[in-house]
Structure formats: structure tokens, C-alpha cells
Design a protein around this ligand. Structure first.
Ligand SMILES: NC(=O)c1ccc[n+]([C@@H]2O[C@H](COP(=O)([O-])OP(=O)(O)OC[C@H]3O[C@@H](n4cnc5c(N)ncnc54)[C@H](OP(=O)(O)O)[C@@H]3O)[C@@H](O)[C@H]2O)c1
Length: 273
């Protein structure tokens, strides 16, 4: 089985390693890199996997997942470029960094696949969007899809859509957390104890998400099914419409997409400087 190295085992990197182990990969097939020896020791004892340097990971792994923060990428890429084997596949989880940036630094012809995951990877429920770079083919995309399937769902999109993906599913969990927080506040306003309000809303969110995920119907039909004539739900919907909640969501997600484009450009400018 292929050896996989995770470069930067922070929140997302650790979630991926843990998901790979749960998905049946053997600890002997996994490597990771970390800057701090205490963190490396913690991961080695928790998962039985080996911490190595970036150079050693480049020499030993068939597939390398880069999971450092985008601002930490330069030294990692420089080290990778020195030791990478010609057939290795590089997978970037770094938000906003184009595959072309990796291709410019890594040896000519290195296949690179860009991924936008999200934080539900921590509970095995990520939504990841993958885009092949110019030297990656369908087989490389299949390998990455296989890899990420043990921590959630995977979809392939053209790289030009990654800013939209970032705004929608990359930031998406935050919008749901925000909504849940506001609904719990509403429960408090209505006089419910916080713990009760929290339980009511979190379980309603889980139930609604499960219905959507299991294909119980289109969201419009599911909402209509709980919106009876002159009932309570339609009164709430009228207020949501009056306050422009739908328009606010459209504008918010568009603003997130614009910021993602801006951050990508800022990185390109700093590379050229
Ligand atoms: N969290 C999210 O919601 C999310 C969503 C989508 C994509 N992503 C992407 O996933 C990547 C990881 O994010 P994260 O939230 O997991 O960040 P994180 O918790 O900060 O993890 C990054 C890890 O990489 C380590 N590291 C940095 N430079 C290194 C080097 N030269 N050699 C070895 N290890 C190094 C860091 O160590 P130190 O602790 O010493 O810095 C840290 O443990 C980012 O590129 C981010 O854009 C994150």
C-alpha cells in the first residue's frame, strides 16, 4: 500500500491521519512532519505513526499532503523540492494557494492536486472539493478522492471554482454555527434555560441535516411540509423575509468569495516581490 505523509499535523492534518487509521490504513504506511518535538511525540504515542523531517517524508512517501498554514508554505516547499521523488503526488490543503504556485517550485512535471476541505473533517464529516493541477490526471484525482473519502464527502471542481468553494463549504460550517448560536439566543429570549435551548436547537440541526443528507426531499419541499396555513412557521418565515435573511446570505457568501480571491492575489504578489 502507498506510503502517505502529512506535512504539518495540526488540526486538519491530525484529523486526516486519524481518519486514515480509522479507514483501515496501517500506522506503518503513514508519516507526518511537525516543527515541535513535543507535538511530534504526542502524535507518535497517540497513533503509533512516525514523525519525520520534510526531506525524509519526500524521500519515503508516494503521496504527500501539505497541511501547513498558507503563510508557512515557503520553507516546506523549498525542502520538498530538494528531495521529492519524480513519481510522488503532492496534495495541498492550503486555502487559497493555486496549484501553479506548487508547480513553479517543485520538480518539473510533479502532479499536484488542490483540496479545499472543511473543519467537520475533525468528526469524519468533511466536505472536500478537489482540483487537479496541470500535471495531475484522472488517476491522481481518484487517489486523492479515495484518501479523503475516509474523512467525509468529496467532489471534483475546476480550480477556477475554488474561491466559490472556499466561500460556500470552506467557511460554511461557520455560518451554521452562527445560525445555531442566534437560535439559542432566541430560546433564551423566550425564557427557556440555556441548556434546554441548546439541546433543542442542536438536535433540530442534526435532524434537519440528516433529512437533507438522506435525500428526504428538496429543502423547499421539506420547509413547506412544516409550514401550515396560518401557522407558527409561516409567521417566522415572514419575519426572516422582512429582515432580508436570504439576501444577507447571498451577499455574505459573495463577500467571502471576494476575500478568497483577494487573499490569493496577495499571495501571488508576495511571491513576485
Ligand atoms: N481549519 C480549517 O477550517 C481549514 C479549512 C480548510 C482548509 N484548511 C487548510 O488546512 C491547512 C491546515 O490548517 P489547520 O487549521 O490544521 O492549521 P494548524 O492547526 O496551524 O496546523 C498546521 C500545522 O503545521 C505545522 N507546521 C508549520 N510549518 C511546518 C513545517 N515547516 N514543518 C512541519 N510542520 C509545520 C504547524 O506547527 P506550529 O504549531 O509550530 O505552527 C501546525 O501544527 C491550512 O493550509 C488551511 O488553509 C483549514
Amino acid at each position: 500500500m502507498a506510503t502517505i505523509a502529512v506535512l504539518g499535523a495540526g488540526k486538519i492534518g491530525e484529523a486526516l491521519l486519524s481518519g486514515l487509521l480509522h479507514g483501515g490504513r496501517s500506522p506503518g504506511d503513514l508519516l507526518f512532519t511537525e516543527r515541535h518535538p513535543e507535538r511530534a511525540a504526542e502524535l507518535e504515542s497517540a497513533y503509533g505513526i512516525t514523525g519525520v523531517t520534510v526531506a525524509e517524508a519526500a524521500r519515503r512517501a508516494d503521496l504527500l499532503v501539505v497541511a501547513v498554514k498558507p503563510q508557512d508554505i515557503d520553507p516546506v516547499l523549498a525542502e520538498l523540492a530538494q528531495a521529492l521523488r519524480p513519481s510522488s503526488l503532492v496534495v495541498s490543503l492550503c486555502a487559497g494557494l493555486p496549484t501553479a504556485m506548487f508547480e513553479r517550485t517543485l520538480p518539473e512535471g510533479t502532479p499536484v492536486v488542490r483540496v479545499m476541505p472543511n473543519t467537520p473533517m475533525l468528526v469524519g464529516e468533511a466536505m472536500s472539493a478537489v482540483s487537479p493541477g496541470s500535471h495531475a490526471d484522472a488517476e491522481h484525482v481518484r487517489q486523492v478522492t479515495d484518501l479523503l473519502s475516509c474523512v467525509g464527502k468529496v467532489v471534483e471542481v475546476p480550480e477556477s471554482q475554488q474561491d466559490a468553494v472556499t466561500a460556500l463549504s470552506g467557511s460554511g460550517p461557520a455560518y451554521f454555527f452562527y445560525l445555531v448560536e442566534a437560535m439559542i439566543d432566541a430560546g433564551i429570549l423566550l425564557g427557556l434555560p440555556r441548556a434546554v435551548a441548546e439541546q433543542l436547537i442542536v438536535q433540530s440541526a442534526v435532524g434537519a441535516a440528516t433529512m437533507l443528507a438522506e435525500g428526504a426531499g428538496h429543502p423547499v419541499l421539506l420547509r413547506e411540509a412544516v409550514t401550515s396555513p396560518a401557522g407558527t412557521t409561516i409567521n417566522a418565515i415572514r419575519e426572516l423575509e422582512k429582515h432580508g435573511v436570504r439576501a444577507a446570505l447571498l451577499a455574505a457568501i459573495e463577500a467571502a468569495r471576494d476575500r478568497s480571491v483577494e487573499l490569493g492575489r496577495a499571495h501571488e504578489d508576495s511571491e513576485q516581490a
